[in-house]
Design a binder for this molecule. Sequence first.
Ligand code: GBH
Length: 484
Amino acid sequence: ETAPATRNARVFPPGFLWGTATAAYQIEGAATEGGRTPSIWDTFSHTPGRTRNGDTGDVACDHYHRWREDLAIMADLGVGAYRFSVSWPRVQPGGSGPASREGLDFYSRLVDGLLEKGIQPVVTLYHWDLPQELEDAGGWPERATAERFAEYASLVAGALGDRVERWTTLNEPWCSAFLGYGSGVHAPGRTDHADVLRAAHHLNLAHGLGTQALRAALPGRAQIGVSINPAAVRALTDDPDDLDARRRIDALANRIFDGPMLRGVYDEDLIQDTSRLTDWSFVKDGDLADIHQPLDALGINYYTPTLVSASADRKLPRRDGHGGGEQSPWPAAEDIAFHQTPGETTDMGWTIDPTGLHDLLMRYHRETGGIPLYITENGMACDDKPSPDGTVHDPDRIAYLHSHLGTVQRAIADGADVRGYFLWSLLDNFEWAYGYSKRFGTVYVDFESLARIPKSSARWYAEVARTGELPALPALDALGEPVG
Ligand code: GBH
């Protein structure tokens, strides 16, 4: 249905969920406290040469100890929801067997604190911190890891399911499989293209078995979803070869996950394109039915589009498409070239182009047959620094959020059922292989003193969330001034 002509086009629908997002390893610290065992990210970040400056998540934002302060900041922001992840090795040391009461209690207190402040908790079960023991047993390329995940899902649901209604199985399985086992720039740092495909399948299976475990453990009102990072893939030219490169990357970036999850299939072209690496015999009878579970929400994480061509075309500068690794994350795609999308870039070097978000929202609106969509991550890295007066002014982030939220409104006007938006991230945090060198927070963190300073974008975003309305650009300029 379309909005009445008189409605202010800049107003979001009533009930639109406004939130911020974080992930356990990126903010918690307290890596050895409360019985927590190492995850693959502890091992990886402690391996020399894997992260910038050798940064680790040992302390991170020390959120494990400072969560009350972070909660108070969120309450000041006035946003309605908070998306966080549970650290698997904190609540189930070693990744199998009994739960850690102390670990579960941390999240239980956090959930109670959020509810007291009227903030809806949105729990992500897996944001990349696989217990090291499960990696030692083979990790995501092994089927057993998916079975362990379903047990872990039941255990968390049992502890928090009386209060948490919104659940997400996995965050960005593409990153876990392709960056973790392909390019090796993420933990566990392995580089085998056949393993990427096995890992992708077992992540899909983990999602399916985990969804079934959550359904069994949770009351009927629970809303279960997954957060993917679909690529808005564009071809450099309309040449058939470039269009075919786009088809192949679409298969590897998107359809390898949304095929089984949303349609119960691995598309034939994906299987053909990768046949020299695997016969896909790790897909057992019944797996596709297990993966294809009804979902209540689809989370889309979006940062930048992806531009490809059939070969190293020189019309535009190339980019690695590897997330900085030596080896490509993409199996059986050595001939495909990745290019820098024209336009201004963020501190990550990612081009700012909100049209990709519109494309993805419309695509998934069509392809899911109307499952409610949420943007579960969107935001930018800026080189933020406090001014002499102690404030942190981030007008570039405000402009980024403004343009992307404008695109969300256009998608809604075009019929997409978008129900919420989560700014990545609440806090500056451990940006994986980039360590603390990249700041995505709407709240500045001084990594020496661990002091938090809300940036000007925090005040701007709070106002958008409060009014449910995007301010026009003059107001944007005014709000972009440093605030005292
Ligand atoms: C998300 O990953 C994560 O969920 C979150 O934890 C993280 O902090 C946040 O984004 C910011 O990075 O690889 O250079 O060709 C996003 C990871 C970013 C991977 C874009 C694919 C494509 C550009 N994705 N990237 S490149």
